[in-house]
Design a protein around this ligand. Structure first.
Ligand code: NAI
Length: 908
């Protein structure tokens, strides 16, 4: 049986958000806004079509013997050499036998599918047995044009043969014609495109259906038999229209990947095919078409062998391993579209001696070192003498390829002085498992990600380009791998977290960090538009789940709508079914529908309240039930500066957002006795909700990652705070609180004061000096029943009032062991407000231990605001009065709390 025996994919790690292009160039080309959704894959400065093809081919060859390959085809319209066989370099990088046939396919976007048909026919004809076909493209575009928005960089590869076939080849059909929708002159960097409407109507709309129908007719099959239809077309609506015209069900059409990576030229049918293979099941029929001066269509049928493929990146993994950037200037620099001053050091001669390149070809392109045949010691580079001091044998080295040997960082440095397109230049030494070390450049990482001992993977990259002679140099570099060994102290192993709206922005960042620290995460996202419109899409949540899984974490996707009770219940159900429980809920899902108040329609008002406020209720209520039963929970609400302080045009949003603070205020009380803490975050971060309301330079500095630490801390067992609101953004954190002034009581309190009395006391009513937070509504009511002295009337001398921490520090000294005979109790103090905190006081065997934090099983818990606590300690507030007025709350064994007065002799 002839067909595809394996597949692999590669996307560069960097993804440029298209919104960033619009932010920089929208003033010049506003029309590009129409296609500014999502992100496009962009090559790092040291990547090109060839390096991407190597990466995809390696993914394809995972766990597969390479020695039986007898041909290698490389398809691309952006190969680095017009005359030096690029497939030959690919073969050298893959360490393939020199006796194979290599060929470049180029000069049309359908070059990939042409190479595929040619390879399949060569095997069919018996000339070859196993062929690897890779396709890659990294097209250059002018700035601020549709091509820049549509295109992306990427690669994919297939191995073909007759054994272990995962997708059986059923046949192909081709139309070749000189339809010039675009072209690139031999001496030009950029494509020239003809009128869009004509390209759509006369090109895509006619040629693709004609070819696909031709194939189906040839095979005697119908469009309804097609389980996965793969064809590139960067006009999104046209893509849908062509599929519909062909009669293929919409759910069977593979997405054109505009949102996630952009159109990758000759590689695009390959990448889309890889996406189809990721989800295909045995028996499924796939039709794959490649467009460009005609069209090629191929048909495959999936076999059960697909389940046996060794684990590799596939398309999903390639998509997930990503770092999103808004740095458009970096994109331009990496593509050599802007000139920067590189300094005198950059003028050092860069000529490559092809004599040396030939002599050291295996070492440079294939990362082949040596291994001593006598003692087995590997070394890089290969030398005449074995490096093992106890061996030192001469001329005993055999070839030893290092490219796939796991390695770890031994040393590293970041060098701002060395010439680099992306400073600092990061280099150092890696140690290979089983022996061998080499000095390397590190790539696809940030300096702050590196640490000694981190696992690395060797990758084939561009070392540099000799601009004078147009020569690209290649060598191997090291990429740090996400470590599963964590040095984190705060962990979430065994915890289950729900993050709503986690398909992007802040929610995605929370989900990734929780998973990285061991939590099992339900990634919920409806995948709708910014204003909540549209049917929604599963892909954002699925992409984040794939990202977590690629990093070794555990997650499931949920596409339910938080705005309905059923949706909320289903989200919690997903957590319980997948992971057994719920410990953490981050209510983060959000939409915006800004309008000035008079234009605020009931529909826009309600939609925003439904998602933010009711959404938090719908998800938290069923989760709270689970948490209550288990006696543990952490809930985070998401408010906003608009809600806390107000923002023009956002009445609906502000009301919903402050409503969440109200929800928290009461939930913190109801959750306290079950170990459930509820807090609120007011984030500030660059996301699609804020992309057009912030200046671009500020936008770039506001990564969601700067909000993450506080939010994830609020989700941890280590955090005892409850009922608090925090602002977080750009790495800055502070607490926001509602405080109540000391106020004033004009008149005698028996008769209502008149308006004139209000006017006369206006300043005192407004005065916030000595203002305090209230633990709950009862405390605020008590303040009215027994008002505190007005500001200034009784300013306690600072020296007289100890601080809360000092009181607990002094507690062991105040302990009376005699009174503690036979007493065994743990008193948990929860002191809220400024200077407060949590302390546990354990009394056992006539000894007393005081320490901060939370006790596992306290005998009773005393909850009180810091000023009241100090008043009680200093004798200004009678404990019984504090209890009866609600200032002091006691949970658990209330009677045991009465022992406190006997056990401790705290002196005022
Ligand atoms: P975002 O738009 O990137 O993320 C919100 C996510 O919620 C989206 O992925 C969306 O698909 C999802 N979503 C919307 N409606 C949903 C529904 N009914 N069910 C499930 N998922 C739904 O925005 P960003 O900035 O990450 O916002 C996260 C939260 O932070 C929101 O609640 C927002 O109001 C809040 N916030 C953000 C600020 C910022 O500076 N980014 C400022 C203040 C608050």
């Amino acid at each position: 049986m002839l067909g595809i025996t394996s597949y692999g994919a590669y996307l560069p790690r960097l993804r440029l958000r298209r919104a960033a292009i619009v932010q920089h160039m929208g003033w010049f080309a506003p029309a590009i806004m129409a296609v500014a959704q999502g992100e496009r894959a962009m090559c790092n400065w040291d990547e090109d079509s060839l390096t991407m093809a190597v990466a995809a081919a390696r993914d394809c060859l995972t766990g597969r013997d390479r020695s039986d390959l007898d041909a290698l085809y490389l398809a691309s319209t952006t190969l680095p050499f017009a005359d030096r066989q690029n497939a030959g370099i690919l073969a050298a990088a893959l360490n393939l036998d020199a006796r194979i046939l290599t060929a470049d396919f180029s000069a049309a976007l359908k070059a990939g599918t042409t190479a595929l048909i040619t390879a399949l026919e060569a095997i069919q004809g018996g000339e070859r047995r196993n062929i690897l076909v890779a396709a890659a493209d990294a097209r250059q575009t002018k700035t601020a044009c549709f091509h820049e928005m549509w295109f992306g960089d990427g690669a994919a590869a297939f191995s073909l043969g007759n054994d272990n076939v995962i997708a059986a080849y059923k046949g192909s059909h081709t139309i070749s014609c000189d339809f010039v929708d675009h072209y690139r002159g031999a001496d030009r960097r950029f494509d020239y495109m003809w009128e869009e409407r004509w390209v759509r109507d006369a090109g895509y709309r006619r040629i693709i259906p004609e070819t696909v129908n031709g194939l189906l007719d040839k095979l005697g099959r119908a469009a309804k038999d097609v389980d996965h239809l793969v064809f590139p077309c960067f006009f999104k609506a046209e893509h849908r229209r062509i599929a519909k015209a062909l009669g293929v069900a919409p759910e069977n059409v593979i997405d054109n990947l505009h949102d996630v990576c952009g159109e990758t030229g000759a590689a695009h049918p390959f990448l889309m095919m890889a996406a189809a293979l990721d989800r295909a099941r045995p028996g499924d029929m796939i039709v794959m078409a490649g467009f460009g001066q005609g069209c090629n269509a191929l048909c495959f049928e999936i076999t059960p062998a697909i389940a046996e493929l060794p684990v590799r990146n596939r398309f999903e993994g390639a998509l997930a391993a990503r770092e999103t950037t808004d740095n458009y200037l970096k994109f331009l620099k990496f593509r050599d579209l802007i000139q920067t001053e590189m300094g005198i050091r950059a003028e050092a001669p860069t000529q490559t001696a092809t004599t040396v390149l030939w002599r050291k070809n295996a070492m440079i392109l294939g990362l082949v070192g040596g291994r001593c045949e006598v003692c087995g010691t590997p070394q890089f580079p290969r030398a005449d003498i074995c490096v093992n001091p106890e061996c030192g044998a001469l001329h005993t080295q055999e070839d030893h390829p290092f490219a796939d040997v796991p390695a770890r960082v031994k040393t590293f440095t970041g060098d701002m002085l060395a010439v680099s397109v992306d400073p600092p230049a990061i280099y150092g030494m890696v140690q290979f498992e089983g022996g061998g070390r080499m000095t390397v450049d590190f790539t696809d990482c940030r300096l702050e990600d590196l640490r000694v001992g981190l696992p690395v993977r060797m990758v084939f990259k561009r070392k540099g380009v000799d601009p004078e002679r147009g020569f690209s140099n290649y060598f191997w570099k090291a990429v740090p791998q996400p470590s599963t060994e964590s040095g984190d102290e705060i962990r979430f192993d065994g915890r289950v977290a729900i993050v709503t709206g986690a398909g992007g922005g802040l929610g995605r960042a929370y989900a990734l960090e929780l998973a990285r620290r061991g939590a099992q995460v339900v990634v919920n996202d409806l995948g709708g538009a910014r204003d909540g419109a549209g049917a929604g899409s599963a892909s954002p949540a699925e992409a984040v789940v794939a990202e977590i899984e690629a990093a070794g974490g555990a997650a499931v996707a949920s596409f339910d709508n938080v705005a309905t009770a059923e949706g909320g219940a289903a989200i919690v159900q997903t957590a319980v079914e997948a992971f057994g429980t719920v410990d953490i809920v981050i209510n983060n899902a959000g939409i915006l529908r800004d309008k000035s108040f008079v234009k605020m329609t009931p529909e826009n008002w309600q939609a925003v309240l439904d998602v933010h406020l009711s959404g938090a209720y719908h998800v938290t209520r069923p989760a709270f039930e689970v948490m209550k039963a288990r006696g543990y929970g952490r809930v985070v609400m998401t408010t906003s500066a608009a809600g806390l302080y107000g923002n023009f045009g956002q009445t609906n949003y502000s009301a919903a957002k402050l409503g969440l603070v109200g929800l928290m205020n009461t939930l913190k009380l109801e959750g306290a006795r079950y170990g459930i803490r509820v807090n609120t975050i007011a984030p500030l971060a660059a996301s699609r909700l804020t992309e057009d309301v912030m200046p671009p330079d500020l936008f770039a500095k506001m990564k969601p990652e700067f909000v993450v630490p506080l939010v994830v801390f609020l989700c941890s067992a280590e955090c005892a705070a409850s009922g608090q609101v925090f602002n977080a953004g750009m790495g800055y954190f502070n607490r926001a609180a509602v405080v109540t002034g000391r106020g004033v009581q004009p008149g005698d309190g028996d008769r209502p004061p008149d308006l004139e009395a209000i006017q006369a006391h206006w300043d005192q009513i407004n005065d916030l000096a000595g203002a305090a937070e209230m633990t709950d509504a009862m405390a605020a009511l008590m303040d009215l029943v027994a008002p505190p002295p007005a500001a200034g009337a009784e300013a306690p001398a600072a020296a007289e009032t100890p601080d809360v921490a000092a009181v607990f520090a002094a507690m062991p000294d105040a302990f009376d062991p005699e009174a503690a005979a036979g007493v065994e109790a743990v008193f948990q103090y929860v002191i809220s407000g400024s200077g407060g905190g949590d302390w546990q006081v354990a009394v056992r065997d006539r000894a007393c231990k005081v320490k901060p934090g939370w006790a596992e099983q306290p005998t009773c818990t005393l909850i009180i605001a810091a000023p009241d606590f100090l008043d009680m300690i200093t004798g200004r507030l009678d404990p019984m009065q504090a209890f009866t007025t609600g200032k002091l709350k006691i949970e658990g064994d209330v009677m045991a709390s009465q022992l406190i007065g006997k056990l401790f002799r705290v002196q005022p």
